[in-house]
Design a protein around this ligand. Sequence first.
Ligand code: UD1
Ligand code: CA
Length: 457
Amino acid sequence: MSLEIIILAAGQGTRMRSALPKVLHRVGHLSLLEHVYRLSASLAADKISIVYGHGGEAVRSALPHLAATWVEQKERLGTGHAVMQAADQIADDASVLILYGDVPLLQQSTVERLLGLTVDGSVGLLTVQLANPHGYGRIVRGQAGEVLRIVEERDATPEERAIHEGNTGILALNGGRLKRWLSRLENRNAQGEYYLTDVIGLAVADGVAVRTTEADGIDEVLGVNDRQQLAHLERVHQAAWAVRLMREGVTLRDPARLDVRGDVQILGQDSEIDVNVILEGAVQLGARVRIGPGVVIRDSVIGDDVEILPHSIIERASVGAGCRIGPFARLRPDTLLGEGVHIGNFVELKKARVAGHSKINHLSYVGDARVGAGVNIGAGTITCNYDGANKFETVIEDGAFIGSDTQLVAPVTVGRNATIGAGSTITKDAPPDALTLSRVRQLTVDGWRRPLKRQEG
Ligand code: UD1
Ligand code: CA
């Protein structure tokens, strides 16, 4: 039996007050819709249809990588009408799962439980116990606790409004039956809409059992309608990441002040993360990594025992074991550091390979460079890698010592164990094992006097 998933994403999202369609707003690094899509993909769906409406083209073009069938709902006539747009996509013998594109935190285990209810042909309905059910459809049950129907709040009697079991909107059922019931929906209700929820009453009338399961908590089934709800779900998502990292043996000085916007992999225990750290994209952390406050790491691999001091920014870099970075260091894309490298304050590296135990401790720019092992680069050193049109490489071989305030005008090579005198501008290769310097010899002018201020006439 195939699994076909229909994601409803045609909502207008007026309350977001945004030029961006609601489902493109993000939780973590993914749009709301992409969260739901990923869940769908992880359920091994045979087909994923996304019903889009308002701003739909923007949604499609923002998410071209989704392997989904896009179905347009031209008029927003209700959730039942939305599903009708995808009806000819649905196979009669398919198991169909309806998800909402603005409910980003739904858990795979919950959906699997829901799908499990449908194996005997029942309709599976995900419900939630709500302290305040305002705005939700209510689950109306009979004497024996069997589901009879769902009533929308605006159509409910005071007694029905007192029900605390709410409809999450998420349901699973047989494709052929769904299509039959969709064709029987009417819009004679308070909102003049075709309610998908009326399918439940039709199932009961046809003698098909409706079985329910409850979401583990309300956050999992919450939708986003405004920016406050978006912020709430962001916090929920971040709290879940924090718990996950702590369970894997990472100390968080404050779990509420870490943001993960991607996928973090913990490769060893006892790392410690200080406050206000942001981990973006794919980040791997080894064992005993210490990350100081205000550090941003994006798409990088950090080895064991690395120490990253406050306010450093690391992007698409690989940092070898035992390195010490920062404070205020910036590692830009394609920086590869060997073991035990020290990168100090106000040092920027880009497309630079630095081998073991080299040090660039203060105020330097090293770009398009290959730096050997045991190299010491003095304060204020700059690789002049760009002539305004092309970029060139600087090579600094093992054991070289670059004096402070040196400019290395690429392409240029500093040989093994070479020493460059401070303040040099190196435009030609510097031979190994020798001192090279290019500054003017120091000179003292005897008998020179400072000018005196002229007397005003
Ligand atoms: C719906 C349910 C309600 C449930 C609540 C949970 C119905 C009639 N009611 O109510 O029982 O408690 O969700 O949040 O189903 N959408 C479309 N096209 C439309 C209308 C809606 O794609 O024409 C999409 C929306 O983008 C959203 C989802 O369907 O993702 C739910 O729509 P929404 O308007 O939020 O439904 P509610 O009235 O809140
Ligand atoms: Ca809603």
